[in-house]
Design a protein around this ligand. Structure first.
Ligand SMILES: NC(=O)c1ccc[n+]([C@@H]2O[C@H](COP(=O)([O-])OP(=O)(O)OC[C@H]3O[C@@H](n4cnc5c(N)ncnc54)[C@H](OP(=O)(O)O)[C@@H]3O)[C@@H](O)[C@H]2O)c1
Length: 271
């Protein structure tokens, strides 16, 4: 790990920030990106104060030009990106019917289109180096679609599918691809998805983001194709494939209950 360089998207909070801290502690040089510059600068300073190497480059991954400028700046400063951790992403709690179109477009842009574009941008550098590792953060929702996260799930199904094909494309070039799918993690995800200060859909027993950071570090040491954290979601993914009718029944009920709860928290008609 010592001296390797990683670009981590979505490093201003949650899984991305925990991963940056964890990898920097292992001696990796980390490039932090997200929109909130103050958070990135504070984290970069914290890492440097502990003897690590960190570069904070703010970027809005919604914008093509920001993505291009980000990779150009890294290459000018530290050379080609050796490890890309595509972690930035967000969800939205709502039915397909009610989700505003601009939210749907934004989710697809950040969660999957920006990921594909960043891969395109870093690949020439990885090819020159003759090595690289791309880690894409999907979700258990990328295997089991559960309302009211249907559109978010669609973006994560795309992440899983993209990672599978990319892995097969890049394998002959010595570039590893790993897709990591967390279950519920205690981050700002639910606040963003609900638009509320406290996530009304928070799942008790959600993982600490450090658990995902540790799994990412392990995958960098020993490359893996797919990781589900925690592994107890693996049987659920299998049951969803084998007995979809059973899961339909449970997921539909759970989705309706979740929406009622959300309406209440928003002070709307469920209150
Ligand atoms: N938390 C969970 O339960 C869970 C479960 C499975 C998968 N995941 C996935 O894990 C990843 C990290 O999420 P998290 O849980 O750590 O949530 P989080 O704390 O809300 O972090 C999301 C990160 O994405 C960044 N981001 C969002 N929109 C962006 C944009 N337009 N441009 C640049 N950066 C943007 C945010 O930074 P700025 O706001 O500063 O731009 C933030 O750093 C996501 O892909 C999420 O889908 C989360």
């Amino acid at each position: 790990m010592e001296g390797r360089m990683a670009l981590i998207t979505g490093a201003s909070s949650g899984i991305g920030a925990a991963t940056a801290r964890w990898l920097a502690r292992q001696g990796m040089r980390v490039v932090l990106t997200a929109r909130r510059q103050d958070r990135l600068e504070a984290l970069a300073q914290e890492i440097r104060a502990q003897g690590g190497a960190a570069l904070a480059i703010p970027a809005d991954l919604n914008h093509f030009s920001d993505r291009e400028a980000l990779v150009r700046r890294i290459e000018d400063t530290w050379g080609p990106v050796e490890v890309l951790i595509n972690n930035a992403g967000f969800g939205y709690y709502g039915t397909v019917e009610e989700t505003p179109w601009e939210v749907i477009e934004g989710m697809f842009t950040v969660n999957i289109l920006a990921m594909i574009h960043l891969v395109q941008l870093v690949l020439p550098g990885m090819r020159r180096l003759g090595r690289g590792h791309i880690i894409n953060v999907a979700s258990v929702a990328g295997y089991i679609s559960t309302p009211p996260l249907t559109v978010y799930s669609a973006t994560k199904f795309a992440v899983v599918g993209f990672s599978e094909g990319l892995r097969r494309e890049l394998e002959p070039h010595g570039i590893h691809v790993t897709v990591i799918s967390p279950g519920p993690v205690r981050t700002e995800f639910g606040q963003v998805a609900s638009g509320l200060a406290v996530d009304p859909g928070e799942v008790p027993g959600g993982l600490d983001p450090e658990a995902i950071a540790r799994a990412i570090a392990r995958a960098l040491r020993r490359p893996r194709r797919e990781i589900v954290v925690p592994a107890l979601y693996l049987p659920a993914i299998w049951i969803n494939r084998a007995l979809p009718g059973l899961v339909d029944w449970g997921a539909a009920r759970q989705g309706r209950a979740w929406l009622r709860h959300l309406e209440k928290a928003r002070g709307g008609k469920g209150a």
